[in-house]
Design a protein around this ligand. Structure first.
Ligand code: AHR
Length: 513
């Protein structure tokens, strides 16, 4: 068994964790909306068509904010198509996913669904095929109380009270050639700045996020953030980041190391944002919105393949089935987010239901939890308070993570990947939560924790997520094949905590004062 240690001091914190760190994402894509959160006629559907079995799992998952309506979809979306009497709404071809969009679910239905789920809505506006004019009209429709064309139309549609949407994304992945009307940094920077000015003139209380790169592997990464922030620095609160982890190379140690690249990505974007601030001698700090992250690679398909399928409505696409390996990588990403609580003030797991999702459904059938459901639910429930500045000593290994983008083959070597990846969160009652990932596939790790100034902590609960078969999955017929179990080997003596972690395991330990 390897040995590792963690030292934390109550007075040394990275930062306060913003509850918006635990967000997720609903896009008009595949069966995320239709057959996912919304399925009139399903035996559990309420009068609005909201599946209650899905809502129950969403409540257990615990997302705090929900991004909508895309994603790539938003770059061709006319929001006006999704409001007003459902029978009069146009059916449109969606060029993001080569499907047919019935528009029977739209802005107001989504806001109602968020209310039912007690989740804050986060809206993205179309800065692909549309512009600042459509964006400011949407803010007026949603947030202006009454007495203007768009706000009165909302009232006429049956929503008297304004929706008070606070968080707005200025487009989606505008650096990506796959995006409808993607842009250069100069073109996007200008349109994002002008849109944000008008949106905020309508409602000064909103918060705005500019698009950063759609991945750290993009050619324009770095210069994109720099130029976009040059244009938008005075007008936005956030810059976005997106990451999808993959194991195309079938190299599990490197796949497990990939969340460390997320750490680098965050540190680099912070550095770029702060350099833009420095050039302006500004004390303003742009925060990070990690508004798409997950494992995704098995169900990626080219447009050429998708176009052959003939414009289906809500087809089962991007329905990635997550195994135990994916849950470990996913847990590593949760740790990366918690450990950057000072600057990542919002993040969205992409996505929520069916589409690269923690929750799966059968249309007309049941709903169940995928393996990745568990680390997210634990992080959202227990990752509340302050992340402490943990000093982690662990053996490490060398990895070489493969992350392709289009025709390019990109490798990202990491010389020192610690076997133990850890985050320590202090709650406001003097207790601690340890999130621990053992990336060693063969050996366990004995972790000794020195929690200075915390006095005599007591064990409240300890859980591990692991499986002898790393390819194990949850299915409709075996929905709890992979689930957390009690972690037995936690010892506390003389203020020292010792925890024995199994190989390839994700662990959450709650200690109380
Ligand atoms: O989440 C799936 C897709 O991934 C989103 O639509 C897009 O923004 C990203 O490329």
């Amino acid at each position: 068994m390897r040995k590792a240690s963690i030292m934390v001091d109550r007075d040394f914190a990275i930062g306060e964790i913003d509850p918006r760190l635990f967000g997720a994402f609903v896009e008009h894509l595949g069966r995320c909306v239709y057959g996912g959160i919304y399925e009139p006629g399903h035996e559990t559907a309420d009068k609005n068509g909201f599946r209650q079995d899905v809502l129950e799992l969403v409540r257990e998952l615990g997302p705090t904010i929900m991004r909508y309506p895309g994603g790539n979809f938003v770059s061709g979306y006319n929001w006006e198509d999704g409001v007003g009497p459902a029978e009069k709404r146009p059916v449109r071809l969606d060029l993001a996913w080569f499907t047919t969009e019935p528009n029977t679910f739209g802005t107001n239905e989504f806001v109602d669904w968020c209310k039912a789920a007690s989740i804050e809505p986060m809206f993205a506006v179309n800065l692909g095929t549309r512009d600042g004019d459509a964006a400011r009209n949407l803010v007026e429709y949603c947030n202006h109380p009454s007495g203007s064309y768009w706000s009165d139309l909302r009232i006429e549609h049956g929503w008297k009270e304004p929706h008070k949407i606070k968080f707005w994304c200025l487009g989606n992945e505008m650096d990506g050639p796959w995006q409808m009307e993607y842009k250069t940094a100069t073109e996007y920077g200008r349109i994002a700045k002008e849109a944000s000015k008008m949106m905020r003139w309508i409602d000064p209380s909103i918060e705005l996020a500019a698009c950063g790169s759609s991945g750290r592997n993009m050619n324009s990464y770095g210069s994109w953030e720099d130029e976009v922030l040059e244009h938008t620095f005075d007008h936005v609160e956030f810059i976005s980041l997106h990451t999808y982890f993959n194991n195309y190379a079938d190299d599990l140690p490197s796949f497990l190391a990939s969340p460390d690249i997320m750490d680098m990505f965050i540190d680099e974007v912070v550095a770029i944002a702060d350099s833009v601030a420095a050039r302006r001698r500004s004390s303003k700090r742009i925060m990070l919105s990690f508004d798409e992250w997950n494992v995704w690679y098995r169900t990626r398909r080219s447009r050429a393949e998708r176009v052959k399928e003939g414009w289906p409505v809500a087809p089962p696409i991007l329905e990635e089935i997550y195994n135990m390996e994916d849950a470990l990588v996913f847990g590593g990403a949760c740790i990366s987010l918690l450990n950057h609580a000072d600057r990542v003030k919002s993040a969205c797991l992409a996505q929520l239901v069916n589409v690269i999702a923690p929750i799966m459904t059968e249309t007309g059938g049941p709903a169940w939890r995928q393996t990745i459901f568990w680390p997210f639910a634990q992080m959202s429930k227990l990752g509340r308070g302050r992340t402490l500045r943990a000093r982690v000593e662990s053996d490490s290994y060398a990895s070489n993570y493969y992350d392709p983008r289009g025709a390019q083959d990109l490798y990202f070597p990491i010389k020192d990947t610690p076997y133990l990846k850890a985050s320590v969160v202090a709650d406001d009652k003097g207790g601690l939560v340890l999130f621990l990932l053992n990336r060693d596939l063969e050996q366990g790790v004995e972790v000794s924790v020195d929690a200075r100034n915390f006095g005599n902590l007591k064990l409240k609960a300890a859980e591990e997520l692991r499986d002898d078969d790393l390819k194990a999955i949850n299915t409709k017929t075996d929905p709890l094949r992979v689930k957390p179990n009690d972690l037995k080997d936690v010892r506390i003596a003389g203020g020292k905590i010792t925890i024995a972690l199994k190989p390839a395991s994700w662990n959450v330990i709650q200690l109380e004062a």
